[in-house]
Design a binder for this molecule. Structure first.
Ligand code: NDP
Length: 244
């Protein structure tokens, strides 16, 4: 009979990926689903991707986060793996950045991840197991001109993961940050061509990552093989940040 932490348990684990309707989040959701997990994704508009349970959720709204978790719990059981992936950019030079541009990015990327982790921890504490993976960025520790808000939000995720680790590490719960470099998604498609070329020139791997390459690392951190990894920042950046 399968034990409580047996990944091969029939039906797999209840996994929730925020912002899982496109980009990196969708690749992550598909990777878990392909491995047999019960996967839910949040989306704000449109339909959920085929084959995945879609729940409406705006991570800037605590009630919406609570309702989304309620729906996932009803359909799939308590969330055992949370991937806090929803994120936005609102780039602007420091001097011109408005309070709103700063606050909106923090509210989605950092406070949104906090709201989801707090809600997920309820069920995880009861289960005495859980995996929290926060999608950060190489920019958190590297910095980028024009992204003071974004870099601050992603750097904040490191403190969040490490504090969760210290609070809940003894309950079979891990919290880690995956820090992608530049990944082929809508977010990077919006970059001006010359900026994109400059980034590629700076990346030792000489190319952007695919969303699937990020998904593989997220899945690893949620696997039994990573049971003793917590509070870590795992780069997936082709060497751009040199392991920081
Ligand atoms: P996309 O812009 O392709 O997708 C962003 C996702 O976040 C969408 O699903 C979007 O939902 C969701 N989202 C945004 N705001 C909210 C909100 N308030 N509530 C709920 N969902 C929201 O981004 P990527 O796939 O490129 O990025 C995913 C994550 O990876 C982000 O956290 C990003 O910062 C990070 N990252 C991306 C890198 C890259 O190069 N692409 C590099 C490093 C990190 P909707 O469809 O409704 O807008």
């Amino acid at each position: 009979m399968a034990g409580p932490s047996d990944e091969a348990a029939p039906g797999g684990r209840s996994v929730l990926v925020t912002g899982g309707n496109r980009g990196i989040g969708l690749a992550v959701a598909r990777a878990f689903a392909a491995a047999g997990d019960r996967v839910a994704v949040t989306h704000r508009s449109g339909d959920a991707p085929e084959g995945l349970l879609g729940v409406r959720c705006d991570v800037t709204d605590t009630a919406s986060v609570d309702a989304a978790f309620g729906e996932v719990e009803a359909a799939h059981g308590p969330v055992e793996v949370l991937v806090a992936n929803a994120g936005v950019t609102k780039d602007q030079l420091l001097l011109r950045m408005s309070d709103e541009e700063f606050d909106q990015v923090l509210d989605t990327n950092l406070t949104g991840a906090f709201r989801c982790a707090r809600r997920a921890s309820k069920g995880m504490i009861r289960l005495r197991r859980g995996r929290i993976v926060l999608v950060g960025s190489v920019v958190a520790l590297y910095g980028t001109p024009g992204q003071a808000n974004y870099a601050a939000s992603k750097a904040g995720l490191v403190g969040l993961a490490r504090s969760i680790t210290r609070e809940l590490g003894g309950r079979g719960i891990t919290a880690n940050v995956v820090a992608p470099g530049f990944v082929e998604t809508d977010m990077t498609a919006a970059l001006p061509e010359e900026r994109r070329a400059a980034y590629v020139a700076a990346i030792p791997a000489g190319r952007l990552a695919t969303p699937q390459e990020v998904a593989g690392v997220v899945r690893f951190l949620a696997s039994d093989d990573a049971a003793y990894i917590s509070g870590a920042v795992v780069p997936v950046d082709g060497g751009l940040g040199m392991g920081h």
